[in-house]
Design a protein around this ligand. Structure first.
Ligand code: KG4
Ligand code: ZN
Length: 343
């Protein structure tokens, strides 16, 4: 029988709990403190930690109700142990340890980044195939070679400055669109002309591509947008948003497909908050079809931070016979994708 795994996510501003039974999603409850951070234009770590503490119990209870199970039905607890805001992570890790101790069930400390990818296995009958992974969130942007979701992930390249989501958030700020910027730029872009402004595609030209074949750079793009806004008083926001978005999405997909071609792996999985972007999803579908690469992207609602992804990775670890983490497992704010399940 497949285990029931309850996953807790608190690495940033979402207090989230997901419940899975094997690879079936039973519940996915998210309480966000984003409203409390809007006036600061970014997430304030101490405000986020306090909000996690305040909503944790209620979010767990709601998830149990949605899944129609009792807490005693849970077979294992999974929790994001890194990377993320340390105070925020510690609330999740402490809550999960307490639950695991009280229920006398195994605890799995899991990596948030790998969990973004693992969520793609939910409600799917297919076996995971070795894939190139494009992981794009607010704090990370990397191209990965994923041989095994739980044991073998290799970084092929990463951003050398801003993450893709961070670029969306910063450009939205300089355009006075609000926070978080990704969904707002996505929305604005729908009525804009994405071909109007040819914004720079970082690390795609000349000898830069030699040295940084699978790396990204978005800070020059952000500066180019700021310069364009200052020099073009009569600009239409929608056109700037759409042209900026096109530049980001173009580079992300081009480099991912190059990684597929070079490695001979014809599977691409795109994950993380930016994978919710409608243009990224559309262009990836078109270009993967042309390149005969099989594309997987989780539903948009499971791309941004959630607890289901944490439960999904915990469940995969159990299915592969990986032992649990120690109770009192520690959080690591700077964990890399190679640290998938904590010892
Ligand atoms: O994965 P995530 O929810 O949190 C982190 O682990 O960082 O990613 C959040 C990031 C934010 O930068 C947000 O602006 C971006 O994902 N994002 C989007 C969209 N929805 C969220 N970026 C572009 N288009 C979207 N629709
Ligand atoms: Zn995330």
């Amino acid at each position: 029988m497949s285990p029931i795994v309850l996953g807790i996510e608190t690495s940033c501003d979402e207090t989230a709990v997901g419940i899975v039974n094997g690879r079936n999603l039973l519940a996915n409850v998210i309480s966000s403190s984003v409203e409390e951070h809007v006036r600061f234009g970014g997430v304030v770590p101490e405000v986020a930690s306090r909000a996690h503490l305040e909503s944790m119990q209620q979010v767990i209870n709601q998830a149990l109700l949605d899944a129609k199970i009792k807490i005693s039905d849970v077979d294992a607890i999974a929790v994001t142990a890194g990377p993320g805001l340390i105070g925020a992570l510690l609330v999740g890790v402490s809550s999960a340890s307490g639950l695991a101790l009280a229920l006398n069930k195994p605890l799995y400390g899991v990596n948030h980044l790998n969990a973004h990818i693992a969520v793609d296995t939910l409600d799917s009958q297919e076996e995971f195939r070795p894939s190139i992974g494009l992981l794009v969130s607010g704090g990370h942007s990397s191209i990965l070679q994923i041989n095994n979701l739980v044991t073998d992930v290799i970084v092929k390249g990463s951003t050398i400055d801003d993450a893709a989501g961070e670029a969306f958030d910063k450009v939205a700020r300089i355009m006075d669109l609000g926070f978080p910027g990704g969904p707002l730029i996505d929305q604005q872009s729908k009525s804009g002309n994405r071909d109007l402004i040819n914004f720079p595609r970082g690390l795609t030209q000349g000898n830069e591509i030699e040295k940084h074949k699978f790396d990204f750079s978005f800070s020059g793009l952000k500066t180019a947008v700021a310069r364009y806004l200052a020099q073009t008083p009569n600009h239409k926001k929608a056109d700037v948003a759409a042209s900026f978005q096109e530049a980001v999405v173009d580079v992300l997909i081009s480099k991912s497909l190059l990684a597929c071609k070079e490695s001979g792996i014809d599977n691409l999985v795109i994950a993380g908050g930016v994978a919710a972007n409608s243009r990224l999803r559309e262009l990836a579908r078109q270009r993967c079809e042309n390149a005969k690469v099989r594309l997987r992207i989780p539903p948009a609602s499971l791309c941004t931070d959630n607890g289901a992804m944490v439960a999904a990775l915990g469940s995969l670890a159990i299915a592969q016979g990986i032992g649990p983490s120690a109770i009192g497992v520690s959080a690591d704010s700077a964990a890399g994708v190679n640290q998938i399940i904590w010892a």
